[in-house]
Design a protein around this ligand. Structure first.
Ligand SMILES: [Fe+2]
Length: 243
């Protein structure tokens, strides 16, 4: 085979590969659609709004670096899986077996990081009512005896998290209870509905409180958004009743 023929065959093969790839991409995109890309959800208040309980610098870094990091890594994990990316994140976290094994850990870690932080921002406000309201008030008092007793139990749970994690108030069937999760695990995966959460990763408090997690979790009660907690409860009840 002479060199010219050799070269022509090579060009033909490369051309066929390029056309094939383009065709596959076209069909693939047409059938499966584009990959869904997550973006950082808007922070419902300014970075300094929760001062002095949560300082501006911590909020800024927590939101723009840590939360953004989970968003970026979640998108990176999903970029070759348009069919998976189209399913809502809440669905994926509650149907873990449907996440391909190759990206399961990445989606659980970074999807958890995405959703947990989005939820955390929402359950805080500079205009806290300082105490539960509505149905959640009733449920908390029934389950824990009083709001004060609940706070003691919740803070104890927050302190019990070894390393990085979260303390939650969740709806478990018809009862509220306190649970903790490690790393970026989300209670949705265990069939529990989050109502309230406290981030106890060191990045959430170290700049201001250093190693004093107890001080941080005690101060945090000043900024809890009980109206949002009640909304979370009403929404969970509505979903359960199919309304
Ligand atoms: Fe965090």
């Amino acid at each position: 085979m002479n060199r010219t023929l050799h070269f022509s065959l090579l060009v033909l093969c490369i051309g066929a590969l390029v056309i094939g790839a383009a065709y596959y991409y076209r069909i693939h995109s047409k059938v499966l659609g584009p990959v869904r890309e997550y973006v950082l959800p808007p922070l419902p208040y300014s970075f300094n709004a929760l001062e002095p309980y949560i300082d501006e610098k911590t909020m800024r870094i927590h939101y723009t670096k840590h939360h953004q990091g989970y968003v970026n890594k979640l998108n990176a994990a999903l970029k070759d899986y348009p069919e998976v990316s189209k399913k809502p994140l809440k669905y994926l976290l509650t149907h873990v077996a449907e996440i391909p094994k190759a990206i399961r850990t990445a989606v659980l870690n970074n999807g958890g990081g995405y959703i947990n932080h989005a939820f955390f921002w929402e359950v805080m406000t500079p205009y806290s009512t300082q105490a539960p309201i509505g149905e959640t008030k009733k449920l908390i008092e029934e389950q824990f005896g009083s709001f004060e007793q609940f706070k003691i139990a919740f803070n104890k749970a927050a302190l019990s998290v070894f390393g990085s994690g979260w303390a939650w108030l969740v709806l478990d069937k018809n009862d509220v209870r306190i649970v903790t999760t490690a790393n970026q695990d989300c209670p949705l995966t265990d069939g529990l509905v989050p109502l309230l959460v406290l981030d106890v990763w060191e990045h959430a408090y170290y700049l201001h409180y250093q190693n004093r997690r107890a001080e941080y979790s005690t101060a945090w009660w000043h900024v809890v958004n009980w109206e949002q907690v009640e909304k979370n409860y009403q929404q969970a009840r509505g979903e359960r009743n199919g309304t």
